[in-house]
Design a protein. Structure first.
Length: 306
């Protein structure tokens, strides 16, 4: 069979920036084995396969595959990409203003709002609720600095502090004072194996600074870890529920709705901007609304053997 596919850059308004996501909007006839092979062929961070088993106008089934990790039960970037592609390709009819969609991932349903003007998608936002587990037992500042190849003085231990946060996937969230420390950090595999970090169950480090040179963001964030290449700067969207939970774990974060933006990368390294709204109620699930822009980069046809 021959299927159309699209490649979108998400969480950006500029071509060749943000995160590259491939979307197959009519993947009803594909099986999981084929999806996994196609994701490896695309070799992007994630490939999305959209189907419409119930022939609904405004709901779709979506499955997400990584070329290295196989199928992913939930991912945020693909939600933005899939909604954007469906709207731009005419697979769904866009209303002027906001069109509401429902995507079903392996983890459950995701409600999505697609904002459009003159038939073009301008912004995509999805909502989710998360529960978190937060642990203050972490490696020492000296250990953390060593495994990140930065100075202990770079690490913020006054306003923020390092904490282990899990919303299903555990992150060691490390605050630093300056944007430059985020950008210059290099993961040290040997120091990681000798530190207490693996004992915390943390699988990745979310390094962030409350300073960024860009006016459209409040935080700069970066993921590092034993399974991330030294020069890689992977998308941080999946870590945002943990990051929001982290912010809410501090007493100075007041109850109510907070709006902020997190950027990843820089103007030379596929910068992304993730817009987040969170409802801090101190107890219970944390309600999040995550959104961003996207741009279409490419479209094509793939010939798939039976």
């Amino acid at each position: 069979m021959t299927l159309n596919y699209y490649i979108a850059d998400v969480f950006t308004h500029e071509l060749f920036s943000g995160a590259q996501i491939a979307v197959f909007p009519q993947a009803d006839k594909l099986n999981p084995v084929q999806m996994e092979i196609i994701a490896k062929e695309m070799n992007l961070s994630e490939t999305v396969f959209v189907s419409n088993p119930n022939n609904d106008k405004l709901s779709r089934r979506m499955r997400v595959f990584s070329p290295t990790m196989g199928e992913i039960d939930f991912a945020g970037h693909p939600v933005i990409a899939a909604a954007f592609v469906l709207g731009e390709s005419g697979e769904i009819t866009l209303a002027e203003g906001v069109t509401s969609l429902t995507f079903t991932q392996n983890s459950g349903d995701v409600d999505v709002n697609v904002s459009a003007h003159d038939g073009k998608v301008s912004f995509v936002q999805f909502g989710t609720k998360v529960s978190s587990v937060i642990d203050r037992f972490t490696p020492s500042i000296a250990e953390i600095a060593d495994l990140l190849s930065i100075s202990p003085d770079d690490i913020d231990h006054k306003k923020y502090s390092t904490r282990l946060v899990s919303c299903g996937f555990p992150y060691l969230v490390v605050p630093v004072w300056n944007y430059e420390a985020v950008r210059n950090a290099k993961f040290n595999f040997n120091s990681w194996s000798l530190s207490a970090a693996p004992q915390t169950a943390a699988q990745e480090i979310l390094l962030f600074s409350a300073k960024t040179p860009f006016k459209d963001a409040n935080f700069n964030a970066r993921l590092l870890g034993p399974n991330i290449g030294i020069n890689d700067d992977p998308p941080v969207g999946s870590a945002m529920p943990a990051f929001a939970s982290y912010l809410c774990s501090f007493d100075f974060t007041q109850q109510g709705t907070h709006t902020f933006a997190v950027d990843r990368g820089d103007d030379k390294n596929r910068r992304s901007v993730i817009n987040i709204e969170m409802d801090n109620k101190v107890q219970g699930e944390l309600a999040l609304r995550i959104g961003g822009e996207a741009v279409m980069v490419a479209e094509g046809k793939m010939h798939i053997p039976a």
